[in-house]
Design a protein. Sequence first.
Length: 276
Amino acid sequence: MASISTADVAKLRKMTGAGMMDCKNALQEAEGDFEKAVEVIRKKGQVVASKRADREAGEGVVLASTTDDGKFGALIMLNCETDFVAKNADFEKLAYDILDLALEQKAENLDELKNIEIKGVKIEDKIVEQIGIIGEKLELSYYDCIKAEYVHSYIHPGNRLVTIAGFNKSGLDSQVYKDVAMQIAAMNPIAIDKDDVDQEEIDKEIEIGKEQARREGKPDNLLEKIAMGKLGKFFKENTLLNQEFVKDNKQTIRQYLNSADKDLTVTGFRRYTLND
């Protein structure tokens, strides 16, 4: 059996993030060959992943950030089985490493992100490797991104809710961008403006409004008018630019943006929570 030094174990641990005993055992099995030892650890991850494939990975973190120039923003969700692992520093670091690579490579979708490499290993394989180290099912389950003249990201404390918002102008007071990103987190709009709401959603709301009015005993000839009035309220409550600003309900988000710059508007946004 090859002689395995503490320095060798520490080196493999730095390479893989595996525990000291796992590294020592892998080096012994690989007879001191580091490349083979890494492969041993990866295979262990594959075995553990196979055994835990039917487990529910309902915990984890959602993270978001932007590129240094502020023109590209991304969010990811990395799942695990328990809250204990979700709060582990190594698990969180893995999630941030993945997010950093998504921003660096400007990944367009989840499949593209999974195939980006971390130190020569595809992200999807790195996650399998970490399953063997952590002992829980891990899953990179969601990814989305936005491109705009300026993108701002917001992570709500606890890493369970994030937003990214794209704007048509950069260089303004950062608080304005932050306020809008936090508005999205707090009020969960379904669209930027009423013209952006899907027609199917509008038709559904009209039918709901008619049915509510009918149950209230309103005359049939007034149902459409009443439903359209309710639709206006729906737009005000559920479209970002028409929502009341949570920090000052005397103005809408559109009015708040215009007070910062008359041409400033939101071009896109994403909101995601751990339970989505």
